[in-house]
Design a protein around this ligand. Structure first.
Ligand code: BG6
Length: 469
């Protein structure tokens, strides 16, 4: 639909940006923090680990003051479970509570609304050693951790996100380093883990509503519209299959507390049906999110699987789908350009994704990730001219405006990332931030913060509530 006039962004729109604890904080073993699965995993060869990253743990005041200078209304960050409970449960670490108290206070002092992800890929290693999400006890550990977060920070944090990109942990855990490589029957095990995470999420949502009546909580999956590679009916079926497995399984459960039919039948066909304990479906049904947060980098395109084994092997990564025999096969979209890392760029697909989610669930939406990874260049005079990032973000914000005009309720936008950090599997040279962190892959240099071109641009976007793009 072509609109004659576009609607404005709503007043109080939450402009901000995102990070996650393990990718930005560093201080991986300081002040009582326990190891997470990320700390103990083998890292991609040739790129840095997550020990220091951007050292936000020691620079948080300076970083928040730069966010305030940009005019952030919100900052989406995650809490490292292992700072709060070094072994996932049991003894609480007061230093961890203190760090996030300070961070939250600093944000509030600067007029920035904290938007907290409870868990962003970094499961405590002590829980992993006991089976991680395959072990039902991890559900209890998460509930206990959630209670601690609500008790300690609930007086100041109004917006909570349960689990970041649960769908990517299940579909692309090998790329983001969250899957135990020793699993015997990985897919079956993963869908059991998925079920446990869904129950844990439902319990956390219920607990939040009981303990913090004024707070709001929602899931944060990675959602992308799926194109069929052609108008062939078989390609359409493949697109439907993938949409169910990648997107709707997670949101149907979070919102309606039921397994998506196509996804369920896929799981049955493949032998991935999880053990569901008595009472689980009631818990899942009883929990209701207040909003849906989602991450979007690009759309996906798939064609019918030829079922000839081509789709087997590795699983691609968060934005590159390889496929699954008999279900779908990842395809290239000839209409789209790709970034330096082979991820397609599809702003219009962003609008479609908004429309699809809102049509299905009718809940307010907030974007918790969207952005462009690139090899930024620091030029003489501390200049980083990331005009390509500005282009990407501008094109995507334009599409939010169109989605709002389409009638979608959108209340915030948090691109990835507030500040440079370490990518999930492609190191620190793949940068996303508005703020440059002066380090190389293996040389930490002075970790100086430098404003990029996009910093000034985004500041103006926020100051004009999206009118100046
Ligand atoms: C999302 C994750 O999948 O994509 C982030 O939630 C991640 O943690 C982001 O950093 C960008 O991906 P990558 O692989 O470039 O770091």
């Amino acid at each position: 639909m072509k609109h004659a006039k576009l609607k404005d962004f709503p007043d109080n729109f939450l402009w901000g940006a995102s990070t996650s604890a393990y990718q930005v904080e560093g201080a991986w073993n300081e002040d009582g923090k326990g190891p997470s699965v990320i700390d103990m995993a083998n890292h991609t060869e040739g790129v840095t680990d997550f020990k220091v990253t951007s050292d936000h743990y020691h620079h948080y005041k300076e970083d928040i003051s730069l966010m305030a200078e940009m005019g952030f209304k919100t900052y989406r960050f995650s809490i490292a479970w292992t700072r709060i409970y070094p072994t996932g449960s049991g003894e609480l670490n007061p230093k961890g509570i203190e760090f996030y108290n300070n961070l939250i206070d600093e944000l509030i002092d600067k007029g920035i609304e904290p938007l907290v992800t409870m868990y962003h890929f970094d499961l405590p290693y002590a829980l992993q050693e006991k089976g991680g999400w395959s072990n039902r006890e991890t559900v209890d550990a998460f509930e206990n951790y959630a209670r601690t977060l609500f008790e300690n920070f609930g007086d100041r944090v109004k917006y909570w996100l349960t689990i970041n990109e649960q769908n990517m942990m299940i579909l692309h855990g090998d790329a983001i380093g969250t899957v135990d490589p020793n699993l015997e029957n990985p897919k079956k095990e993963l869908y059991q883990q998925n079920h446990h995470m869904l129950v844990a999420q439902a319990k956390a949502m219920n607990l939040c509503h009981q303990m913090l009546p004024g707070a709001k909580i929602g899931p944060a999956p990675n959602i992308a519209n799926i194109y069929p590679a052609s108008s062939s009916p078989e390609d359409m079926i493949a697109a439907d299959n993938y949409a169910a497995i990648r997107n709707w399984l997670y949101l149907d459960m979070a919102v309606y507390g039921r397994y998506n039919t196509i996804a369920w039948n896929y799981m049955e066909e493949k032998g991935y049906i999880p053990v569901i304990q008595e009472g689980d479906m009631e818990i899942l049904k009883s929990a209701k999110p207040d909003f849906i947060a989602f991450n979007y980098y690009t759309s996906q395109t798939v064609e019918a699987s030829r079922d000839n084994g081509e789709e087997a092997g590795h699983t691609g990564d968060q934005q590159i789908s390889v496929g699954e025999p008999g279900v779908y096969k990842g395809a290239k979209n000839p209409n789209l350009k790709v970034n330096e890392f082979g991820w397609e760029i599809d702003p219009v697909g962003f609008r479609t994704t908004f429309r699809q989610i809102y049509d299905r669930y009718q809940l307010p939406l907030i974007v918790t990730e969207n952005g462009l990874g690139a090899f930024d260049k620091l030029e003489e005079g501390d200049i980083i001219n990331d005009s390509y990032r500005i282009d990407y973000l501008r094109q995507h914000i334009e599409q939010i405006k169109l989605a709002i005009t389409d009638g979608v309720e959108v209340f915030g936008y948090c691109p990835w990332s507030a500040i440079d950090l370490v990518s999930t599997h492609q190191g620190s040279s793949k940068r996303y931030g508005f703020i440059y962190v002066n380090r190389d892959e293996f040389d930490l240099k002075d970790l100086r913060r430098i404003r990029k071109q996009s910093f000034y641009w985004y500041k103006d976007v926020i100051a004009t509530n999206g009118a100046n793009l």
